[in-house]
Design a protein around this ligand. Structure first.
Ligand code: HEC
Length: 211
């Protein structure tokens, strides 16, 4: 029985010592575990903070404008179609960039990435009925309407790269080559829903009773 009192006392003391100081403003500086004299230059580094001041530059600003002639990482406009889905004039490009070969291998890669990153919302056949719909995310559009069928490939690329409204960007998960693979697969999904008997290869026509 004595132990119960001791344990209760211990718990109370522990709770008060941890929770009791919440919100308290201390007047002295916090204890320095790694003091400057023992670790010079490690903790207190002379670094500029964003939108802070700097005594180093004549204008006193820590933020600097980019050096003339330099390009921000990922913003090289060398191959606009491949990396941005755009033409040189900034409009969305149609078709696939010349560096991308649309073949079965690309479609397989596209299917693989699509199933991981897009199908949860857009559904396995691109009808917008992914698993997230069951949990209340209702605004995912189907790919099977004329607007998205006719949308330039470059605009699809742009949506994957930057996201759109409630859809997150996927630039950090899909490198440009994978984005093109996904786009090829989205095109295949769209095509699959608009097929007609004319698309059946000659050799298989008789199996379906077609002439
Ligand atoms: C978390 C759910 C979610 C995932 C995952 C997702 N999307 Fe979306 N997507 C949306 C929603 C919601 C919209 C509608 C955005 C809007 O216009 O309000 C949308 C819109 C789109 C559109 C139409 C854009 C337009 O201009 O109308 C395309 C194309 C698209 N997504 C492609 C993709 C591709 C490709 C992937 C995979 C890389 C993907 N989405 C992954 C939720 C998602």
């Amino acid at each position: 029985m004595r132990h119960v009192y001791l344990v209760t006392l211990f718990v109370v003391v522990l709770a008060v010592s941890i929770l009791g100081f919440r919100g308290t403003k201390f007047t002295s500086a916090p204890m320095d575990v790694f003091p400057e004299w023992a670790f010079p230059g490690m903790k207190h580094q002379p670094k500029p903070y964003s939108q802070g001041t700097s005594a180093f530059f004549a204008d006193g600003r820590a933020d600097r404008v980019p050096v003339a002639g330099t390009v921000q990482r990922g913003m090289l406009r060398e191959n606009d179609h491949l990396n941005h889905g755009k033409n040189a004039d900034g409009s969305f490009a149609r078709g696939f960039p010349s560096d991308v070969t649309v073949d079965f291998k690309l479609l397989e890669r596209g299917q693989d990435r699509y199933t991981i990153y897009c199908a949860p919302c857009h559904g396995n056949v691109g009808d917008g009925n992914g698993i997230t719909k069951k949990y209340g995310m209702g605004a995912t559009p189907s790919y099977h309407d004329d607007r998205l069928r006719k949308m330039p490939e470059g605009e699809l690329f742009n949506t994957i790269t930057l996201g759109k409204n409630t859809m997150f960007p996927y630039a950090d998960k899909l490198v440009p080559a994978d984005r093109w693979a996904v786009i090829a697969y989205v095109r295949a999904l769209q095509r699959a829903q608009t097929g007609s008997t004319a698309d059946v290869p000659g050799a298989h026509k008789s199996e379906l009773g077609l002439k």
